[in-house]
Write a protein that binds this ligand. Sequence first.
Ligand code: EPU
Length: 332
Amino acid sequence: MEINKSLKLYNTFRVDCISESFINITSTTNLKKALLSNSFRNKFILGGGSNLLLTKNIKDLCLHINIKGRKIIKETSKSIYLEINAGENWHKLVLWCVENNYGGIENLAYIPGNIGAAPIQNIGAYGVELQDVFSSCMVMEKKTGKIEKFTLNDCEFNYRDSVFKNNYKNKFVITSICLKLSKKNHKFNLEYEGLRDEIENKDINLRNIFNAIIKIRKNKLPDPKKIGNCGSFFKNPIIPSNHFNLIQKKFINLPYFKISNNFFKIPAAWLIEKVGLKGFKKNEVGVHISQPLVLVNYGNASGKDILDLAHFVKNKIKKEFDIELEFEVNII
Ligand code: EPU
């Protein structure tokens, strides 16, 4: 166990909080032992730290899930079932799949973070979500150390949402996931307009889609290795049609995605731009200039500085549009 360890390099916002008691977990056996330890009542589970805003030091026992490895568990002529342990890096998996011609996650290239966090918020980008390729995951109950399997249905996936954010919040640790990927006749997803433009005139294959996604993301999103950030800080709000109609009357060009006759999803980035906060900067924190959904740490901002900015943005949107923005990032 390490004492008073800085978590600066363990969260992509690069916030310098301290973990009073830290263990690097490399196997499920170690995980079980740590979870059942009586010395600490609560255990804080830390994955890749790419969807996390730390606003205070961690007094609970911090378990950094670093369980590595992947294996093929089943193969047919069309599909492959891969089991990947929670501590593997997401993007490295995507790259490996593209290199081996396994299709399904190429649109999810360049998403920071580790495998274990992917099901929690059903990661998604450019027309694809984890649930589209998800088969199951193995979890360990925090209280008992018991291992259980969750199927696709059990996970209750939704837009940036799952059972692990709701009924089972903080109850389980995800130890591995199983994905079903295609080996041939890949179903390419070019729904996203920017992707179609980027791929134009090129062969449509896994490698070209993968490269196009990386290019789009690099153009729009700050690289967490250079500027601290957690990707989208806010979820795109879903609002009822009467509310949507009121806003659309005022802004004819309002971008939207129709969820049903009664609900519309609108880009938080658009709302933030409209209230004039795109590129806003205050001391060491700011709203990113090319993607206002993303809040950034330009230097040594504290978690509280970032959280204050998030509330400032949220309050402005509430006042201007009467919309309650939700945080996508976990605030600790
Ligand atoms: N927009 C603006 N101003 C801007 C940028 C965007 O008005 O400066 C509007 C435009 O109308 C644009 C729309 O926002 O068409 C949507 O923007 P974009 O396509 O960039 O995607 P997004 O809805 O803002 C979501 C995900 C991203 C994911 C992209 C691409 C959420 C919360 N975010 O963003 O996910 O990469 O789609 O699929 O759903 C992440 O979760 O960390 C993340 C980056």
